[in-house]
Design a protein around this ligand. Structure first.
Ligand SMILES: NCc1[nH]cc(CCC(=O)O)c1CC(=O)O
Length: 313
């Protein structure tokens, strides 16, 4: 392709790292690329994400894409609203980073070693609900800010620990400070956590083809499809207390041949007695081509269990 591809990115260290990997892959494929930094209301406001509304980090990039100011937008997939954006397509879903959450605690402590009453910072209703449901007596403190700001609350002695996505820490080179990678049984990640969505205009066939052939990973796309179908069917957004994790697994069919299937676990928080939080859980497996249906069916199961009344924190 002879034109220069303009890739839009937010200005945070995390966003620049994410966009950098996409730019590099396109350059390695022989494309000429240019980075365009776009500031979003999510970057400018310090209010809790749950108050600013959905799509705070992604809609400014989408607007620039629709307006033709950029040709490609790179999003953290978990921050994208589930509603489709008219005129835009997610042309590639690159291989996923580790989707798990991680604990960064003082003195190298793990979750189980934090004494009751310890302060754990997170701005995520999903992490808050699951941490409370563990019944460890932790005090959850709402925080916001970029990765460096959040990590600084532990190194500065303001909090005993924070919980962040392992993928984000990997991208900004701070994996060494993790004191425990949390098992999805304790803390199920957000739908699409660790994955990127690489978006372009639906009528830009050249760029769509280039993105798809250079960056797309089928197993990640299948997993994310199942997770986000579940989220959408719960009518919940990226700040809902909902976790989902899918994996493509090898299985044997009735003739003993190896087939790839998709396995999905989901959880949703509902209010329990008094202050308590209860996590509803469900899991199921289906053929890879049924990822979307699997997500919707798991959501229906969670709704049957009572997930209609999702609690905010
Ligand atoms: N909502 C913030 C956000 N969006 C994407 C990531 C990084 C992880 C990812 O790419 O999924 C983070 C930080 C975090 O949750 O710790």
């Amino acid at each position: 392709m002879s034109r220069t591809i303009r890739i839009g990115t937010r200005g945070s260290k995390l966003a620049l790292a994410q966009t950098g990997t996409v730019a590099k892959a396109l350059e390695d494929a022989g494309a000429e690329v240019e980075l365009v930094t776009i500031s979003t209301p999510g970057d400018r406001s310090s209010a809790p994400i749950t108050e600013i509304g959905i799509g705070v980090f992604t809609s400014a990039l989408r607007d620039a894409l629709t307006a033709g100011e950029i040709d490609v937008a790179v999003h953290s997939y978990k921050d994208l609203p589930t509603a489709p954006a008219p005129g835009l397509v997610i042309a590639a879903v690159p291989p996923r980073a580790d989707p798990r959450d991680a604990l960064i605690a003082r003195d190298g402590l793990t979750l189980g070693e934090l004494p009751p009453g310890s302060t754990v910072g997170t701005g995520s209703p999903r992490r808050t609900a699951q941490l409370r449901a563990l019944g460890l007596g932790l005090e959850i403190v709402p925080i916001r800010g970029n990765i460096d700001t959040r990590m600084g609350k532990v190194s500065g002695g303001e909090l005993d620990a924070v919980v962040l996505a392992r993928a984000g820490l990997a991208r900004v080179g701070r994996l060494a400070e993790i004191t425990e990678t949390l098992d999805p049984i304790q803390l199920l990640p957000a739908p699409a956590q660790g994955a990127l969505a690489v978006e372009c205009r639906a009528d830009d066939a050249d760029v769509a083809r280039l993105l798809q052939s250079t960056l797309d990973d089928e197993a990640t796309r299948v997993a994310v499809t199942a997770e986000r179908a579940m989220l959408a069917a719960l009518e919940a957004g990226c700040s809902a207390p909902v976790g989902a994790l899918a994996e493509v697994v090898e299985d044997l069919d009735e003739n003993g041949s190896v087939v790839e299937r998709v396995s999905l676990r989901g959880t949703a928080a509902v209010a329990g007695d008094g202050e308590a939080v209860e996590m509803l859980r469900a899991s199921a497996v289906a053929g890879k081509a049924e990822a979307d249906k699997l997500g919707r069916e798991l959501a229906a199961e969670l709704l049957d269990l009572g997930a209609g009344a999702l609690t905010a924190n």
